[in-house]
Design a protein around this ligand. Sequence first.
Ligand code: C5P
Length: 215
Amino acid sequence: NTIPVITIDGPAGAGKGTIACMLADKLGWHMLDSGAIYRVAAVAALRRGVNLQDENTLAALIPTLNIEFKEGDAWLDGEKVTSDIRNEICASATSQIAALPAVRAALLTLQRNFRQLPGIVADGRDMGTVVFPDAPHKFYLTASAEIRAERRLKQLSQQELSAKLCDLIQDINARDERDTNRPVAPLKPAADALVIDTSSLDQAEVFATVLHYIA
Ligand code: C5P
């Protein structure tokens, strides 16, 4: 496949989504937010009351779902689920189902189908390692759990939602722990990825680093 891909992986709150959007905008490319795909699948599982450890039922459910992204919104079977996929309950359910190999396998083709001309910027946990191992440019963004929790707190307060920093740190650590230690597609930088620690960088600095590397 000669359609260009740039992958941006890393833990929750490292700033992948923002950088991926900025890059896709700048290049005029498509964008794949793979976490959103996992999140929509988790919403479907929660709504149908499927046990989040029931790998076979979850894997059978996924091909029956119509998961779409259009006009900046996420859709499940024709219903807008943009806000449903962004709460912490969904995030936690998502990382539980994302640990199951059959669930990941069921979502693989859907993700690869986003590879369309003129190119895509793909953000997630395993974009550079599993989904698009042949991507010519790979990035891995990371930051300390405290900094990532602070960024999340700021985001929430902009949406007029409240949370306690210590709870967010705990959530982030639990999610990282699950994402990093799962046997399939664990969160880790691809061997050929550029690792950027964003703890002491602002968005503009991270973006400049990424652009410099691509050029
Ligand atoms: O990136 P985001 O926070 O939306 O991802 C939600 C969860 O989906 C992650 O914690 C992870 O468990 C899972 N995920 C994944 N592989 C990806 C993207 C997301 O396992 N490529």
